[in-house]
Design a protein around this ligand. Structure first.
Ligand SMILES: Cc1cc2nc3c(=O)[nH]c(=O)nc-3n(C[C@H](O)[C@H](O)[C@H](O)COP(=O)(O)OP(=O)(O)OC[C@H]3O[C@@H](n4cnc5c(N)ncnc54)[C@H](O)[C@@H]3O)c2cc1C
Length: 443
């Protein structure tokens, strides 16, 4: 028999785990697994706040694809179109002309992108918090703002530099805000010109609570903890505009800020618009509990999806409920999907995915956290410890686990590294200036 070609679109939580399992379970006579992703690594997103705060090295929050997926064919590129009727995907490699890849089965796992709103100034002044690039940029930017504030004699420039606004109080926003504030507060010991009270950390959340993934009392605890750290928490408030970096809120307040981080939710990858897959009203690919894509009541043969881009029924709840976009579901769905693809290739029936959401763990900075797992609620140090042990057990590969533990262990003995490497974001500036034509220099 000819080996089947399985095309995996996106090597994130779903794509990496699914490709790994498929390539372990199927022999090369049974299948060839082709993985397409523009990044050479999978990003373990739950570690972005820790990487941003400098608790772990940015390289250790990502998993190199070519090292992990030795038995797969890895293509560095973006899938720009899928014509499932012809079982063909169009791939734009990171450079050069597009190419077509034919397949027998496709795993649609491009994840999600930030869900933004048409807020004036957001496009120009906001930044998301979903990629390692954004997390490290934010770290360098925040530390750089401390340098700006310490160097200036203008109180307006200082106030603006030290105002940090986060929009969206889900776990990504809360963890990013809490970890960055913790890092900046730590860094201030080297800035005699600045006091912690000079910094203004603002959370803008449109609903009446934060962390909707945990019970209300845990959300309220989190708000109390952040308030104790002098943060400005605005619930029931929306960002209305940030033209020229001047933040205007729906409660009437207005102030300039050099840092505006948008963490107000996600929406399925827009790449899905260039496919012929069925979608629901939230633009997610519609799936059966087997992770097969379904059009009405017709199974779309050879098409599978999971993770943030997919509407997967949650069989642990009433009909009409879907699994939340979380790493917890994504990695488990990936395993179930891989096993189901193996089943189908070997002529067996696929099995339903069923997992009761275990709860959430969130870090609020070093030694601070909040957790609710299988109904058990924890706060402070135990929650933070649970956050770390859970994610350490989840990050793929032994290599990454060891590196992350080494980072954490070193941090127990050495002070946190708080140097800004902002030059990384414009590395050619100095050389470009030095290599200007002589006339240009004189002129
Ligand atoms: C800061 C942060 C903290 C989080 N913390 C937690 C947590 O504590 N617990 C939890 O359960 N969840 C957490 N999440 C959510 C979790 O990370 C996501 O739900 C999970 O990553 C979804 O997996 P996925 O495979 O669907 O998408 P992703 O992991 O985002 O992977 C998508 C992949 O597809 C690639 N891709 C995109 N478009 C294309 C294309 N056109 N062609 C080819 N490849 C493409 C991307 O490069 C990426 O590698 C967090 C998220 C963030 C941002």
């Amino acid at each position: 028999m000819n080996p089947k070609r399985i095309l995996v679109v996106g090597a994130g939580h779903v794509g990496l785990y699914a490709a790994l399992r498929l390539s372990k379970k199927l022999s090369s006579r049974e299948a060839e697994v082709v993985v397409v992703d523009p990044q050479p690594h999978m990003t373990y997103q739950p570690f972005l706040p820790e990487a941003s705060a400098g608790n772990i090295s940015p390289r250790h929050a990502v998993v190199p694809l070519r090292r992990e997926l030795r038995k797969c064919t890895v293509v560095a590129g973006t899938v720009t179109r899928i014509d499932h009727a012809r079982k063909t995907a169009v791939v734009q490699p990171i450079s050069g002309p597009t190419r077509e890849i034919q397949y027998d089965h496709v795993v649609v796992a491009p994840g999600s992108v930030s869900r933004t709103l048409p807020i004036p100034g957001l496009h120009e002044h906001g930044i998301g918090f979903k990629t390692i690039g954004e997390a490290i940029f934010l770290r360098n930017h925040v530390l750089d703002r401390l340098d700006v504030a310490a160097a200036t004699t203008d109180p307006e420039v200082r106030r603006r530099a030290l105002t940090f606004v986060f929009v969206g109080g889900g776990y990504a926003g809360i963890e990013a805000l809490a970890e960055m504030e913790d890092m900046a507060r730590d860094a201030l010991r080297y800035y005699p010109e600045l006091k912690p009270e000079d910094m203004r950390w603002v959370l803008v959340e449109a609903t009446q609570r934060v962390l909707p993934e945990v019970d209300r009392d845990m959300g309220a605890y989190t708000v109390q903890e952040l308030l104790k750290r002098n943060m400005d928490i605005r619930l029931d408030t929306r960002l209305e505009s940030c033209l020229d970096g001047v933040v205007k809120l729906s409660d009437g307040d207005s102030f300039p800020a050099d840092t505006i981080v948008w963490t107000a939710g996600v929406k399925p990858s827009p790449m899905l618009d260039a496919t012929d897959f069925p979608r629901d009203d939230r633009r997610r690919v519609t799936c059966l509990p087997t992770l097969q894509i379904v059009d009405g009541d017709r199974v779309v043969e050879g098409a599978w999806s999971a993770g943030d881009c997919a509407a997967v029924p949650d069989l642990t709840k009433e009909p009409g409920n879907f699994c939340s976009p979380s790493a917890q579901h994504a990695v488990r769905q990936a395993a179930r999907m891989a096993d189901n693809i193996v089943n189908v290739i070997r002529g067996r029936e696929p099995v339903n995915y069923k997992h009761k959401h275990a709860g959430s763990v969130a870090s609020l900075g070093l030694h601070k956290g909040v957790a609710q797992v299988y109904g058990i609620k924890m706060t402070g140090w135990p929650a933070w410890f649970m956050h770390r042990t859970y994610h350490m057990s989840r990050i793929p590969s032994f290599n990454r686990k060891v590196r992350v533990v080494v980072d954490w262990t070193l941090a127990f003995f050495l002070k946190r590294e708080v140097v800004a490497l902002g030059q990384l974001h414009d590395p050619r500036e100095e050389f470009a200036e030095a290599s200007q034509p002589v006339g240009a220099l004189r002129g």
